[in-house]
Design a protein around this ligand. Structure first.
Ligand code: MG
Ligand code: MG
Length: 260
C-alpha cells in the first residue's frame, strides 16, 4: 500500500542542504558557548555571544520572539540543574558544580537547525557526569533508528529504554519534533514509545531528536516566568538534541560543525 505524506514532512535534497548550512552555523554557536561555560559567567553573557555569532553568519536566532505565554526573549534557552528546558538567560551566575543545558535554534535562508547539549560547570562529580553521559548516549541510540522503514516508535523506544535502564526518567509532556521551515512541524517524537508504532520514517524527513532526562520522576512543572520547565521534584535534569535527516543510507546529523 502506498502511504502518502504531507508535503511538509518531506524535504528535497536542496532543502536538506540548506538545513545542513543552518545546522552548521548553529553548531558553531554551541561549540563556542560550550567553551565559555565556566564558573563566574552569566547566562546573559552567553546569550549575547550566541546572537552575535548567528547574525555574523547572516542568520536569525530562531527562538527570539517565538510565540508562547509571551514572545521568547532570547537567543538561547539555558536551563540549570533542575531546570530541564526553556530557561531564560539572565544575570544568573554559573557556579562550580552546576549542570547547564543549552539549546539553540538558527534560521538561515529560511531553514532551521535546532540542537542542544548539557555540560557541567567546573568539577561536577560522578553522578552528574553519568546523567549527562546517559542523556547524550540516548540521543545517539534514537538517531540510530532514523532510517527508512522504521517507525517513530522505534526511535522513541530506543531513547526510553536506554534512559530507564539507568534508573532515570523521560518527560511525557515534552517531545522531539519535525523541523524545517518551521521550528515545530509534525511529527511529534516522544522520548517514550513502542517499537513499530507511530508513523513510518521516509527519506527526506527532518526531525529534531531531543531526549530530556530527569533523575527523580517523569513529572515536570513550569516556573512563574511561564517558560522555564523544571522537574516537579527539583531533581537534576539533562537535555541533548540534534536535527537529523532520514536518508537512503545512514541517518544524517544536520547540526554538526563539519559535514558528515
Ligand atoms: Mg532545541
Ligand atoms: Mg527542538
Amino acid at each position: 500500500m502506498m502511504i502518502s505524506y504531507d508535503k511538509q514532512l518531506i524535504k528535497t535534497d536542496v532543502e536538506i542542504k540548506k538545513m545542513q548550512e543552518a545546522g552548521r552555523v548553529n553548531a558553531l554557536v554551541l561549540k563556542e558557548i560550550k567553551s565559555m561555560i565556566k564558573p563566574g559567567i552569566t547566562t546573559k553573557e552567553l546569550d549575547i555571544v550566541a546572537e552575535s555569532i548567528i547574525r555574523d553568519h547572516g542568520g536569525i536566532p530562531t527562538f527570539k520572539g517565538y510565540p508562547g505565554p509571551y514572545p521568547y526573549p532570547a537567543t538561547l534557552t539555558i536551563s540549570i540543574n533542575e531546570e530541564m528546558v526553556h530557561g531564560i538567560p539572565s544575570g544568573r551566575v554559573l557556579k562550580e558544580g552546576d549542570i547547564v543545558s543549552v539549546d539553540c535554534g538558527t534560521t538561515l535562508d529560511g531553514y532551521i537547525g535546532d540542537s542542544a547539549f548539557t555540560k557541567g560547570v567546573g568539577e561536577i562529580g560522578k553522578e552528574k557526569s553519568r546523567l549527562i553521559q546517559v542523556t547524550e548516549e540516548s540521543l545517539y541510540k534514537g538517531i540510530e533508528y532514523m532510517r527508512p522503514g522504521n517507525h517513530i516508535g522505534d526511535v522513541s523506544a530506543a531513547i526510553q529504554e536506554h534512559v530507564e535502564s539507568h534508573g532515570y526518567h523521560v518527560p511525557r509532556k515534552y517531545t522531539g519534533h519535525g523541523v524545517g521551515r518551521k521550528m515545530h512541524e509534525p511529527p511529534q517524537v516522544p522520548n517514550f514509545g513502542v517499537p513499530g508504532q507511530g508513523i513510518l520514517l521516509q527519506v527526506g524527513m527532518t526531525i529534531a531528536i531531543e531526549p530530556m532526562v530527569l533523575v527523580g520522576t517523569p513529572k515536570t512543572k513550569v516556573l512563574s516566568d511561564q517558560w522555564t520547565v523544571i522537574s516537579a521534584d527539583r531533581s537534576l535534569t539533562a537535555h541533548y538534541e540534534h536535527t537529523v535527516a532520514v536518508t537512503a543510507n545512514s541517518p544524517l546529523i544536520l547540526t554538526r560543525v563539519r559535514e558528515n
